[in-house]
Design a protein around this ligand. Structure first.
Ligand SMILES: NC(=O)c1ccc[n+]([C@@H]2O[C@H](COP(=O)([O-])OP(=O)(O)OC[C@H]3O[C@@H](n4cnc5c(N)ncnc54)[C@H](OP(=O)(O)O)[C@@H]3O)[C@@H](O)[C@H]2O)c1
Length: 315
């Protein structure tokens, strides 16, 4: 397994297991299977409503002697109703309690959008905190403070554009990780350049196009990454599946990637994909497919009344 060293020297396995939309016994079994196969990095979040099961799976895997806690890299995320500085530590402690862990490896601000306390999904503009009252710089300062408690080894952000990163205080720590949507149709060149310059690693979410999310979240004419003709032809050459090529793309670029899978064949195919070596020319050809296309477009959090334009409006 390839590892990436984060800016604070924490080592993160480049391939992780995504768990959004995986719940109950299915996610428990998937995680145990994954750890048995060799996965060591698991991505969850308060909003996925599966932290208890993720914790149960980790405990079982350790009990079975498949790994030790220190071999694992566990990420969770601060939900949008916990951006007030005083709420960050209790939110992390609540995640740890659900996960039955005494530390996380990585804690992320999930979205650069703040809701009022207790709001899980907003129903009106009244459910948002005005951007002026909930600056990201203040939430990030509180993230720096929770890192000093040792309850998380590293801190980062998710769904941040350059615009959000630049709104953090100039003297603040650079987020160790920015977890964003990334695949050949959305290569995130500007964020990757920023990451290289400032020491911030990108983790690719929805690397396979997030095909199992609710129909209501999908655009009518959504592209199918597995059906891109250039990608299919290249996969044939490498004797792998299009899904494997999509995963190998990130590992070969030096980024991290967290495909979600619960089916055993998917889990093993994805792990094998992390060892596929792509030529420079093929990587460049895949990058050439970019058209800044987002499967998860973020419009569900538009709220101009409270200062939130489209979250991805500014590069
Ligand atoms: N920070 C954020 O805001 C954010 C947003 C979205 C996602 N994420 C994280 O990123 C993870 C991945 O993104 P995602 O879950 O949206 O979508 P994804 O990983 O792009 O796609 C998941 C779908 O691909 C299928 N799949 C997995 N491996 C496959 C393979 N080898 N061949 C064919 N199909 C395969 C899965 O099937 P099975 O499950 O049936 O095996 C599932 O239906 C999430 O689970 C979550 O942890 C973070």
């Amino acid at each position: 397994m390839k590892y990436i060293t984060l800016n604070d020297k924490v080592r993160m396995p480049a391939l992780g297991l995504g768990t959004w939309k995986a719940q109950g016994d299915i996610v428990i079994q998937a995680i145990i299977n994954a750890i048995k196969m060799g996965y060591r990095h698991i991505d969850t979040a308060m909003i996925y409503d599966n932290e208890v099961e993720v914790g149960q799976a980790i405990a079982k895997a350790i009990d079975l002697g498949l790994c030790r806690r220190e071999d694992l890299f566990i990420t969770s995320k601060l939900w949008n109703d916990r951006h007030d500085a005083d709420d960050v530590l209790p939110a992390l402690e609540a995640s740890l309690k659900r996960l039955n862990l005494n530390y996380l490896d990585l804690y992320l601000i999930h979205w650069p959008v703040a809701f009022k306390s207790g709001v899980i999904l907003p129903e009106s503009s009244q459910d948002y905190q005005p951007l002026s009252k909930a600056p990201l710089a203040a939430t990030w300062k509180a993230m720096e403070a929770v890192k000093r408690t040792g309850l998380t080894k590293a801190i980062g952000v998710s769904n941040f554009t350059l615009h959000h990163l630049e709104s953090l205080n100039a003297d603040s720590e650079t987020p160790a990780v920015n977890q964003v949507e990334m695949h050949p149709l959305l290569t995130q060149k500007a964020l990757r350049d920023y990451g290289k310059k400032h020491g911030m690693v990108l983790t690719a979410y929805a690397p396979l196009g997030s095909t199992d999310r609710a129909e209501g979240m999908k655009a009518q004419d959504e592209p199918d990454l597995f059906e891109l003709s250039e990608l299919k032809l290249m996969a044939e050459r490498y004797q792998c599946t299009p899904a494997q090529l999509l995963i190998a793309f990130h590992i070969n670029r030096g980024d991290s990637v967290i495909p979600k899978a619960v089916q055993t064949t998917h889990l093993s195919d994805n792990l094998a994909a992390a060892s596929i070596e792509l030529s420079k020319e093929d990587l460049t050809a895949l990058e050439g497919l970019n058209r800044d296309y987002r499967f998860i477009n973020g419009h569900f959090f538009d709220c101009p009344e409270q200062g939130y334009d489209w979250v991805f409006a500014h590069p």
